[in-house]
Design a protein around this ligand. Structure first.
Ligand SMILES: [Zn+2]
Length: 70
């Protein structure tokens, strides 16, 4: 495995992973890498393309949540 390659897929099933911001109690933010099948895999480094993917996921989710409360 080459750690320098952006790996956006699950090492077990090769599905595209979900990248999601998680805020810790101390206020720091981390990017969780989750597989739709295997769940939480690891924390992704705070670099591109992970940052953009996490932002896109958050935006999508906010729209869904807004719809639920309308
Ligand atoms: Zn998987």
């Amino acid at each position: 495995m080459n750690d320098n390659m952006p790996d956006t897929r699950c090492p077990k099933c090769r599905r595209d992973c979900i990248f999601k911001w998680q805020e810790f109690v101390n206020g720091t933010r981390h990017i969780q890498q989750k597989c739709p099948v295997h769940g939480y895999l690891k924390y992704a480094p705070k670099v591109e393309p992970y940052i953009s993917l996490a932002n896109a996921y958050t935006e999508k989710n906010n729209i869904i949540q807004k719809r639920l409360f309308e």
